[in-house]
Design a protein around this ligand. Structure first.
Ligand code: FAD
Length: 461
């Protein structure tokens, strides 16, 4: 008699939910259980800023796969249920829903616990172990709902962190007519996505539309009636302090992998604090997989360990883990490209690979080109700037950044090139589609490669 494979998944986010779906597709008979500590089935975290802005009309629209959907697929989803312990020798998971203890056996376990918000140390930010009233995070649906409920009576808001999510929030609140202050401890905005020369125009726009403080640390909060009233920021160079009145503070300073359960059973944790996984998404322990934001994997170009923090990657991991746990075979590419994009304050931004400040072990030459999305004679062309990085040794493309029209789709072409070890000499000759109302004869993406190739050739001479 066929024995049903018992698959347990911890966490029903992008990674865990996808893993369940692919396990079901791969094996119609397996017994699949998901434990999710929150109260929602699989929803899009990435869409949260757009409910705040009103572009998406309701939080409910973000639910991608409902409880009913999982039920129809014969996947048992426990909501409001926290996994408290894994027993790896007995192959048992212990979970808690209110006061009820649930004990379940597994053949294959998939850890998809995501990440938790990183909160920098700021004096007075906690009261009775909770964030002071008016101070918010944006990681979960409940975080977003709490923030949303405050927007109507907010006149001044401050945001700590000028990364992709910080600027998405800033843009949302700015569009609501709120006076925005952005505090960033690094000397530049979007430090993990764009080089300084590429982010310059966005920084200039922010300086006009918001109060932007780069190179500043939020050191202290002052409250009135237990609610945030002021934030004190300090210039990192001069130590000079400044007080900023604020009705609201949003912390967007990144996240840390949630690895508690995995660490306790001895899954190898990497340099970057994530669970180390293989091409099959296996952890260091047999029959135990991990996916998404709780993991770490290699960078495709540098081979250096890198943490995951993107929904696209979590879903790809979920596909791999679901297929593999259910007896199929799915290998991840040998590394991560970190292809990413966003839009704020009128700028579409996208990048693939590491920025100049981070890509240390590979000598890189850069080519940059600014042009239009349409031929110069056709009305309505939009600016697009692309910068491409090329390995000085072998001419392979290692990174690209774009700001402007269709940045993401253009960056996807570079992602394809990097993943297939394409040399700049070849990409510069790519035959791109052309028609006056759609695209120019030679696309900015190939023109940026022309510039990079020239520089690369000069180095070679
Ligand atoms: C505001 C915002 C905007 C974003 N925008 C983008 C974007 O535009 N593009 C992009 O690629 N990425 C974006 N991301 C990142 C993306 O959302 C994450 O990479 C993705 O959600 C990771 O999926 P995950 O399944 O690994 O983790 P999560 O989605 O965090 O899911 C983990 C789940 O595990 C549950 N859990 C944890 N511990 C336990 C336990 N012990 N027992 C039971 N359940 C547990 C949690 O409750 C959670 O639901 C954004 C993130 C945020 C917060």
């Amino acid at each position: 008699v066929d024995k049903k494979t018992k698959i347990i998944i911890i966490g029903c986010g992008a990674g865990g939910g996808t893993a369940a779906q692919l396990a079901r597709k791969t094996d119609r008979n397996s017994e699949i259980t998901i434990f999710e500590k929150g109260k929602y089935a699989q929803y899009s975290k990435c869409g949260l800023p757009y409910v705040l802005s009103g572009e998406i009309s309701s939080f409910n629209n973000l639910i991608e796969f409902s409880e009913n959907w999982f039920e129809k697929e014969n996947i048992k989803l426990y909501l409001n249920t926290s996994v408290t312990e894994i027993n790896k020798t007995k192959h048992i998971v212990l979970a808690k829903r209110d006061n009820e203890q649930i004990k379940k056996e597994f053949d294959k376990l998939i850890i998809a616990t995501g990440a938790k918000a990183f909160i920098p140390s700021i004096k007075n930010i906690f009261e009775n172990n909770k964030l002071v009233s008016g101070v918010h995070l944006l990681r979960t649906m409940d975080d977003a709902k709490a923030l949303f409920s405050e927007l109507k009576h907010t006149k001044k808001a401050s945001i700590i962190g000028a990364g992709l999510i910080g600027l998405e929030i800033a843009d949302t609140l700015y569009k609501k007519g709120i006076d925005i202050t952005i505090i960033e401890s690094l000397s530049n905005i979007l430090e993990n996505t764009l080089d300084i020369d590429m982010s310059e125009p966005i920084k200039k726009e922010l300086e006009v539309k918001t109060n932007l403080f780069t190179n500043h640390i939020a050191s202290k909060i002052e409250t009135e009636n237990s609610r945030i009233k002021q934030i004190i920021i300090k210039n990192k160079e001069t130590n000079q302090e400044k007080k900023i009145e604020t009705d609201l503070l949003v912390i967007a300073t990144g996240s840390k992998p949630e690895v508690n359960l995995a660490e306790k059973i001895g899954c190898k944790i990497g340099k970057r604090g994530g669970i180390i996984i293989s091409e099959k998404t296996l952890t260091s322990l047999s029959n135990i997989y991990a996916v998404g934001d709780c993991t770490e994997y290699k960078d495709f170009v540098t081979n250096e360990p890198t943490c995951v923090g993107l929904g696209s990657i979590a879903v790809r991991h979920g596909i791999a883990a679901g297929v593999n746990a259910a007896g199929g075979e799915y290998n991840l590419p040998s590394g991560l490209l970190q292809t990413r994009t966003s839009e704020f304050f009128g700028f579409e931004v996208a990048a693939v690979g590491l920025v100049k400040n981070v890509i240390k072990n590979i000598q890189t030459v850069y080519g940059k080109f600014s042009g239009s999305s349409l031929p110069h004679y056709y009305p309505g062309g939009k600016n697009i700037t692309i910068k491409v990085g090329v390995n000085e040794k072998n001419g392979e493309i290692v990174s690209a950044q774009a700001v402007g029209s269709n940045a993401a789709q253009r960056i996807n072409v570079f992602a394809c090139a990097i993943q297939n070890n394409v040399r700049v000499e070849n990409l510069k000759k790519l035959e791109t589609a052309y028609a006056p109302p759609i695209a120019p004869t030679l696309d900015v993406l190939t023109l940026s490669c022309d510039v990079a190739f020239l520089k690369y050739s000069r180095k070679k001479r």
